[in-house]
Design a protein around this ligand. Structure first.
Ligand code: SAH
Ligand code: DHB
Ligand code: MG
Length: 217
């Protein structure tokens, strides 16, 4: 049972409630299930978004009828397959991944999920790759989920390469509870938030580790 909320005195979701809601609203077809369970089978850390967070990404992209999306940090392709579900037949997701093993496993999962026509895994460090994607822009959404000390840089890139009304999304926006630390990574994450608040319509959705959502003005 969760602790009561300090403001309302109410108790909110338990693990069992969240598991029920993942099952009802965010269940897996075979492609998603294969991707979600790949990390444990391949000795890769299971650090993808949760089923409900992945479904939220999909729904947000559906809301804006997104056609061109950039993801920074593919891992094994779980969030990419989720987001691809929102794309029309000629839509495209470019997903950047620095780790060659992750990129290879992701390509396999994306193909098995039937998304290879809409998702390209672009291999390399995002700071090097991003400029090569600019020719395809402006983009409808950019989802940042890679090295946390570079979010600031990725946010600035998104600002320049999103269309008006396009979305900046950022996972781990609470920085695992370390957002207010005096580390370079925490300072970079705070700059990401503060710039988003200044130049976008922004909020931080209180998922377990925070999901920044911002609309380009
Ligand atoms: N978005 C994925 C999870 C990404 S985990 C999902 O929810 O399914 C973060 C990934 O970012 C890891 O695979 C890691 O290898 C990759 N990464 C870390 N630093 C990077 C960088 N500088 N450029 C590109 N990818 C990076
Ligand atoms: C880590 C990265 C993530 O994007 C995440 O959602 C959880 C953990 C990590 O690098 O440990
Ligand atoms: Mg993450």
């Amino acid at each position: 049972m969760s602790d009561p909320d300090s403001r309302t005195g109410k108790r909110y979701a338990t693990e069992a409630i969240l598991a029920y809601l993942d099952r009802i609203h965010a269940g897996h077809d075979t492609g998603l299930e294969a991707a979600f369970t790949t990390p444990e089978r391949e000795g890769i850390p299971a650090i993808m978004v949760s089923p409900s967070e992945g479904r939220l990404l999909e729904l947000i992209l559906r809301m804006i009828a997104a056609k061109k999306v950039v993801e920074i940090g593919t891992l094994v392709g779980y969030s990419a397959i989720r987001m691809a579900a929102a794309l029309p037949a000629h839509g495209k997701l470019w997903s950047i991944e620095a780790d060659p093993k992750h990129a290879e496993v992701a390509r396999r999962n994306i193909a098995a999920a039937g998304c290879a026509d809409r998702v390209e895994v672009v291999e390399g460090p995002a700071r090097d790759i991003l400029s090569s994607l600019e020719v395809h822009g402006p983009f409808d959404a950019v989802f940042v989920d890679a090295d946390k000390g570079s979010y600031d840089h990725y946010g600035t890139w998104a600002e320049a390469n999103l269309r008006q009304g396009g979305l900046l999304l950022g996972d781990n926006a609470h920085l695992f509870g370390n957002l207010l630390d005096e580390s370079d990574t925490a300072r970079a994450m705070r700059r990401f938030h503060e710039r988003a608040a200044q130049v976008f319509h922004s909020t931080c959705i209180p998922t377990p580790d925070g999901l920044l959502l911002a609309i380009k003005k």
